[in-house]
Design a protein. Sequence first.
Length: 93
Amino acid sequence: MSETALAALQYYGAGAGLLAAFMVSLNRGARFTGWGFVIFVTSSIALVLWGFFNDEGQAVGWQNVGLFAINVFGVYRYLIAPGDEATTKEAPE
């Protein structure tokens, strides 16, 4: 892979990760947080590719394999799974 493509993956992954972390930290509701996790997924994909195509980035690639799984779970939890109203019951008083 060309150095230009590797640099683009690296910087996109870093920038998207920062944006996603900021979105999740705002705690503006499930939908907004879920879209933050979607951006995290794209960041993880970029950094997995960068890590395995770069001679010195294999550790970052493996780290982002794990983060990818966590981020996919976040997308499921915040955008796909039924909301709290459908799954929780009020405790008796």
